[in-house]
Each structure stands twice: as C-alpha cells, then as structure tokens.
Design a binder for this molecule. Structure first.
Ligand code: KG4
Ligand code: ZN
Length: 399
C-alpha cells in the first residue's frame, strides 16, 4: 500500500511517498519520493525558529512540495477533475486561514488526477502549534479531496521508527524494520525534546524520564549562539569539538557540570550546563580558537556523560533488549561513538540502533513509517476533525 506523509512540526516542510509492505513483525518501505524544504536559512536570522514564520513558510511550500513529490514518484498526471461542491466547501472551511494555500490547493486538485495513494499520514504533535496546524489542515483537505483515510502520527514515534529502520543492503531506496527485540528503550534527543521511553509492547509506551527544562538540541543551539556560531548549533559545536579531540595531547582545562547525573530518576536538566558555559565565556571573553574547541568538547562530554548514565541505568532496570536512539541530535558523531563503544562493553546483548544516514533530523519518511503501523491498526481521523496538539506525548497511545 502507498502512503503519502506530511511533516510540518518545526522548521522543515517535508513530504514522502512510501510503498509499504508487511506487518508489525517485518515491514519494508520503498521510498518513492522524499522531498524536504528546510527553513534553516530563514530562521538563522532570528537565531532560532520563529513559529509565525515557520507557519507562513509551510503554507507557502506545501502545494509545490506535493507537486514535486508526486512528480518524483511518477504519479503526477494532469487532467481536469470535477470536485463535488460539498467537498469544495469543506476544503474551503479547512483552509480558510491560509487563503493563498487554499487557492493553490484547489487549482492543483482540480487539474491533476487522483494518484494511486491509499492513505495520508500527518504529524499532529508534538511541535509548534501554528506550524502543526498548517500540515494537519492541508492533510485533512487532501484526504477529503482524494477520499482516502487520514492517519494521525506522533512526531516522536516517527523519530523512533526511523531509528529502528535499516537500509536494505541491496536496494538503497528501501528501508526495513524487522527483528526488533522487545522491550525497546528509546532515547529521543531533538531540538524540542529529550526523553527516555520504554516500548514494552509494539506501539505502547511508558515515559521513564524527560528534560525538565531545555532539550539537548536546544542546549546545543543556545551554546552555539553564545559562541557566535550559526543556527542550528548542533553540527557547529560538534565540528569544533571534533577538532579538539584530534589533539588529545592538549589538556582540556574546562570542566562543566553534569546536571542531575546522580539522581535516581531518568529526568534531565540542561539549562544549568548551558549557564555554566555562559559564565565561562563571561569570565574569559577572549578565548583562543583552540580554547573554543576545548569548550565545545567539554560541553559535548558533559552531555554524553549524562545521556549515557541515565540510559544505562534504564537498561539495567528495564530488561530492554533493544536501544533505539533517534532525533536530530542522534546525528552527533561523539554521542554515537560513545554509545557504540560503551554498549558493546557493558551491554553486549543489546541491539543498538540509530537512524540511517540523512534521516536523523525531521523528514517525511519517518512519519510515513509510523503512519504505516497506525494504518495497520485502523487508526484514522474522522473527516475534518483532526486537531493539532503541540504537547502530544507518546504515552497517550492511540489517536
Ligand atoms: O529532530 P530535529 O531535526 O528537530 C526537532 O524535532 O527538534 O532536531 C534538531 C536538533 C537541533 O537542535 C540541532 O542543533 C540538533 O538537532 N542537531 C545536532 C546535530 N545535528 C543536529 N546536535 C548535535 N550534534 C549534531 N551533529
Ligand atoms: Zn524532530
């Protein structure tokens, strides 16, 4: 079956089309198209994501992105279509607030054939509410126009599913999710979230811990900003830190705190760590380039110590068989290397999984993967009633 998935929870507008086969035990996903428009350049001006701007950009991008996705999947056929008045009215109401998008949407729908797509999947939370709403309403309009089911997807479940996925060794364009030993412990680290969840049965989650203030990615971004590095800061800090690691002879004189590392729970706090970097920079305003690299390294070391310590304790306490690490920060090379090395040493029986290259950050494919499993369970939104939920949590369960 073919799923068209839509993601607009933050600063990427993304659409993917996947041909999905199989079931919960073993599934394959052929990527027919994978389109993404990043707003990074626009948000860079503000040093972070501005919700109203994100919303405006999604509204502008969605119809052109839909068109190019269908084209890439060789599903775009021009042909005049009749849209029943009733459906046109319902779509008009759904897209009322985005009048430019509504016009572009209606002309697209009435000028192209309905493609061979079986369902739409869309992120309905968590994320920036104004940004989520644009995607949700667009998806609802599409599901009405094509008269196919709409599957609501939790963004974090998307990050988890793509972390469990592997690229097929022969067919590069195919992802496979199979042989997943339960329970799965999920460490989800992104710009908006930092949490540890236990999936003891397929698609059923218990939140073990989360951040009480900043998300890890947010801390990377803020520290980068203090150091005058561009947004998003994660890759920039990582680049500096790696330079420092190539020079192991040099003593790193920066020592940063590891907040909440000794507490017996699984919660995190990164704002104190961020403030410690701020004070260091205030105390020593003219750091050399080498010292800046060392400070970046000290920050990454502190972050990874905390993540490893909490996750390892969760592994001990839960009998998890699989550890899946997902979200934008899972691209971080140092965090990956440390988990790989230390899991091998301390928990050799654990199956450690990271997202395939290029799929750590927000994308449409991850929403399609999670959408497939929810589709298999028949979790569809009633026509025109889906609401975005900026604070949606994984433990809420089915839509
Ligand atoms: O999952 P994601 O794309 O968006 C959210 O759902 O938030 O995560 C974005 C976050 C940003 O904070 C970015 O700085 C961080 O992921 N990030 C990284 C790296 N690449 C992206 N953080 C650390 N190291 C990286 N290599
Ligand atoms: Zn994300």
């Amino acid at each position: 079956m073919k799923i068209l998935s839509i993601e607009t929870s933050c600063d990427e507008t993304a659409i993917a089309i996947l041909d999905c086969q199989g079931d919960e035990q073993s599934a394959t996903f052929d990527v027919l198209s994978h389109a993404l428009l990043s707003q990074i350049e626009i948000h860079r001006e503000y040093g972070g994501v501005f919700p109203a701007v994100a919303k405006r950009e999604h509204a502008k991008n969605l119809v052109p992105l839909l068109q190019s996705s269908l084209e890439e999947a060789e599903m775009l056929r021009e042909d005049a279509q009749n849209l029943p008045d009733e459906v046109r009215t319902q779509i008009g109401i759904l897209l009322e607030r985005e009048s430019d998008m509504a016009d572009a949407f209606l002309s697209f729908i009435t000028e192209t054939e309905r493609p061979d797509i079986d369902a739409i999947a869309v992120t309905y939370g968590p994320g920036l509410a104004p940004a989520l709403w644009v995607g949700v309403n667009f998806a609802q309009a599409l599901s009405l126009a094509w008269n196919i089911p709409l599957v609501p997807v939790n963004h974090m479940e998307g990050h988890l599913m793509v972390a469990l996925a592997k690229r097929d060794s022969v067919n590069e364009g195919r992802l496979v999710i199979e042989d997943v030993a339960l329970p799965v412990l999920a460490l989800l680290i992104s710009g908006g979230h930092t949490e540890i969840d236990l999936m003891d049965e397929w698609l059923s989650y218990k939140l073990l811990g989360e951040t009480r203030d900043d998300a890890v990615g947010e801390a990377f971004d803020k520290v980068a900003r203090m150091m005058d590095l561009p947004y998003p800061g994660g890759p920039e800090i990582s680049r500096l830190a790696e330079k420092s690691r190539q020079d192991p002879e040099e003593m790193n004189t920066f020592i940063l705190p590891r907040p909440m590392i000794d507490r017996p729970d699984f919660d995190f706090s990164f704002s104190g760590l961020k403030t410690a970097v701020l004070y260091t920079l205030k105390d020593r305003p003219d750091l050399s380039e080498q010292e800046r690299e060392q400070l970046a390294q000290a920050f990454e070391d502190a972050v990874s110590d905390v993540l490893i310590s909490k996750v390892f304790r969760a592994l001990e306490e839960t009998q998890a068989q699989t550890l899946a690490i997902g979200g934008g920060v899972s691209a971080n090379i140092h965090i990956r290397n440390r988990f790989e090395k230390e899991i091998e040493e301390r928990f050799p029986y654990i199956d450690l999984r990271f997202p395939p290259t290029g799929l750590t950050g927000d994308n449409g494919i991850m929403i399609g993967l999670a959408g497939f499993y929810r589709f298999l369970r028949g979790e569809f939104a009633e026509k025109g009633t889906l609401a975005a939920d900026g604070n949606l949590s994984l433990s809420k369960g089915a839509y």
